[in-house]
Design a protein around this ligand. Structure first.
Ligand code: DOR
Ligand code: ZN
Length: 349
């Protein structure tokens, strides 16, 4: 049986939701990840210090007893973001970073930014203060083909930002194209890569009829892009790091409205490892999962270790959402019903 021991990873892009869903799913991340960057696109977005503190408290209260998991909070940028609030929150360790959603780019982004240039003064302060900017990199114009939205965003919005704010710490989140892979490397920014974008291409959304299980944003692209993402993630290069974009949606809503998001936190590590093994790159997994992110953000890596073994691991079809012992909903995890070759064995202190 093959065994892999790596420093405990972090998840640099995670949706935890609120209330019952939060309570039911957080353990999937808190058990095996040291820290996670928590996305602020809650129903009422996290746009102030108070709301971030309130949300963080609810996350900490939902953790299993004795957990040392650290949620890193982010502020949702809007057209009306108050610069003082943002920078004070950063200086006082409330906010770890700011998240830019172009208006209507994805789930709960209707309060997002309509004209990115209007935030340039804010970017200037973030650059001066070393505050990271995390970007959902898609334009939303209806005349831009949905499969081209990342590439057009890079040309139209990100390129000018990178030139104008050369010291701003930027992460292009959940990249999906070879164009983004090249841009990230050429411009010394960082990028997160999800497990699902390493496994599926756009065909997945059409398997057995229109299949919302594989619908996420940015949508998966053509196979050549998936191959470029695999090459980037498994390269060990410092600019690429783990960010699951795990985004739970209750089955009833997903099936009904096809909301964007793939819930991968119950299988994320095993899912990534499958790809690294196929590429003969297991040696680079620790860099991607546990070292490149802390290095980018100037943080120490976690101290504990994670032991993963190669043995058959049957993934549940559904994860139950339970309230007082009653099942009130279900969420379909990524790799639902599949048997993966890796399984987490536990934490070594
Ligand atoms: O697929 C996605 N789901 N992409 C996002 O950017 C947001 C996320 C969510 O919140 O459900
Ligand atoms: Zn996300």
């Amino acid at each position: 049986m093959k065994t892999l021991t790596i420093l405990k990873p972090d998840d640099w892009h995670l949706h935890l939701r609120e209330g019952l869903v939060l309570k039911n799913i957080i353990h999937f991340t808190s058990e095996y990840f040291g820290r996670a960057v928590i996305m602020p696109n809650t129903k009422t977005p996290i746009t102030s210090i108070d709301s971030a503190n309130f949300y963080k408290k609810s996350i900490l209260e939902s953790l299993p007893e004795g957990s040392s998991f650290e949620p890193l909070m982010t502020m949702y940028l809007t057209d009306d973001t108050d610069k003082e609030e943002l920078i004070n929150g950063f200086k006082n360790n409330v906010f770890f970073a700011a998240k830019l959603y172009p208006a209507n780019a994805t789930t709960n982004s209707s309060h997002g930014v309509k004209r990115i240039e209007n935030l340039y003064k804010i970017f200037e302060s973030m650059e001066d203060n070393g505050m990271p900017l995390l970007i959902h990199g898609e334009v939303t114009d209806s005349d831009v083909d949905v499969f081209d939205r990342e590439e057009v965003f890079i040309d139209r919005e990100l390129s000018p930002i990178v030139v104008r704010f050369p010291k701003l710490k930027i992460v292009l989140e959940h990249i999906t194209t070879s164009y983004a892979v090249d841009f990230v490397q050429q411009n010394y920014i960082g990028a997160t890569i999800t497990p699902h974008h390493l496994h599926i291409n756009r065909n997945a959304m059409f398997f057995g009829g229109l299949n919302s299980d594989f619908y996420c944003l940015p949508v998966a692209k053509r196979e050549n892009n998936r191959l470029a993402l695999i090459k980037a993630a498994t390269s060990g290069k410092e600019c690429f790091f783990l960010g699951t974009d795990s985004a739970p949606h209750l089955r009833k809503w997903k099936a009904f409205c096809g909301c964007a998001g793939i819930f991968n936190s119950p299988v994320a590590i095993e899912s990534y490892l499958t790809v690294f093994e196929e590429e003969n790159s297991l040696d680079n997994f620790e860099k991607f999962a546990s070292l490149n992110g802390p290095n980018f953000y100037n943080l120490p890596p976690n101290k504990e270790k994670l032991k993963i073994v190669s043995r058959p691991n049957k993934i549940a079809e559904f994860i139950d959402v339970v309230e007082e012992k009653n099942i009130v909903g279900q969420i379909k995890p990524f790799h639902s019903g599949e048997t993966l070759k890796w399984e987490i064995d536990g934490i070594i202190n």
